[in-house]
Design a protein around this ligand. Structure first.
Ligand code: SF4
Length: 349
């Protein structure tokens, strides 16, 4: 029988677990604070618990731990990229970025990804497995320990499609937001999806005001299908309907990630259609100059063209930014670092 992973449980689940083993429910709160406020994982040192309970837990449950495998420190800005080693020897990638508004962590939600976006290195070996909630929170805690300060903003934008690992991602958000734990504001959490339409409706119905970020990359179904297989399943029309539902339900502005690819989606016709599909929607567009990968033989547009796209959108009253390139000297976009290391080592991860 699989053992329960205790630091993957929400506070409510931990209280219920304690009751299920004939303990008082407040023991669940003590364990939760130990994991998620003190960021500790060694139950044997949780001295506030009676010895018999500690022994019972050591025999009957498991606690997830992850280790830092490698850290890459940018020389040009305050970005650090981390490779973490999981207990089954898989490797995942996370990034910590220093902004004016605080320390932001970009974390992974899966090992690999099955979504197949052609510009993304994370998907090249497909999905290996989902991460547990504890593996997600531990990315945050390990970076905080290494950096000696707290993370204030989280983006679920590393390897993996968070809405393809829906239940674990929701538990992660519940745990990291809990005031008895890390207590990160929901408004400081952003979830990025390639557009898993039914799950966007589910997320809207959760009533949690996190920021939804959509990887759009083209306003045309035909073009989007070429670079994002999910577009074969859900049309732009269906995606935009789900986005409007999310925005109305949560009153939150939606971010659209738009990777600019030279002569693919940066033409006047693309930008004109983009303006059309976003009409009346509270949104923000994040333009991301393409970070070329070996398997996707396309270029980023010139700086002049990137700024031209920004100007056109801005003149139409759309909030638009160009993503600042962080840690450009320590490998590039999501998944590339992990892939470089795992391929170099020729290991199964
Ligand atoms: S961009 Fe995101 S959803 Fe698409 S393949 Fe990469 S990790 Fe998966």
């Amino acid at each position: 029988m699989n053992k329960i992973e205790l630091n993957s449980l929400t506070l409510k689940e931990l209280r219920e677990y304690m009751v299920s083993i004939q303990e008082k429910s407040f023991r669940g709160e003590q364990v939760f604070s130990y994991f998620h406020r003190n960021k500790k994982v060694d139950i044997e040192n949780l001295k506030v618990l009676p010895e018999n309970l500690r022994k019972y837990l050591l025999d009957n449950i498991k606690v997830n731990k992850i280790d830092i495998y490698k850290v890459f420190d940018s020389k040009i800005d305050d970005t650090k990229k981390y490779l973490f080693l999981l207990d089954d020897m898989n490797i995942i990638e996370s990034v910590a970025m220093e902004y004016n508004h605080g320390l932001t962590a970009c974390i992974s939600t899966q090992v690999g990804c099955k979504m197949g976006c052609s510009f993304c290195a994370s998907t090249k070996e497909g999905l290996i497995r989902n991460l547990t909630p504890a593996e997600m929170v531990n990315q945050i805690y390990m970076m905080e320990k290494d950096l000696g300060k707290d993370i204030s903003n989280i983006v679920l934008m590393g390897s993996g499609e968070p809405l393809d690992n829906y239940d674990n991602t929701m538990k992660f958000i519940n745990i990291i937001h809990d005031e008895k734990g890390h207590n990160i504001s929901l408004r400081n959490i952003a979830l990025s999806t390639c557009g898993v339409v039914p799950r966007i409706y589910d997320l809207a119905n959760e009533n949690i005001p996190i920021t939804l970020s959509i990887s759009l990359h083209s306003p045309f179904d035909a073009e989007r299908k070429k670079i994002m297989p999910i577009a074969k399943k859900y049309s732009i029309d269906e995606l935009m309907k789900a986005c409007r539902f999310y925005s109305e339900k949560t009153k939150r502005r939606i971010t659209f990630e738009y990777t600019l690819i030279d002569n693919v989606n940066d033409r006047d016709v693309d930008i004109k259609e983009l303006i059309k599909i976003l009409e009346g929607l509270k949104c923000h567009i994040n333009l991301i100059p393409l970070n070329p990968i070996r398997e996707f033989n396309k270029d980023r547009p010139s700086r002049k063209n990137i700024e031209r796209v920004q100007r056109i959108l801005s003149n139409r009253g759309i909030a638009v930014t160009i993503r600042r390139e962080m840690g450009g000297d320590i490998s590039a976009s999501c998944g590339q670092l992990r892939r470089a290391v795992t391929q170099g080592n020729n290991k199964r991860f």
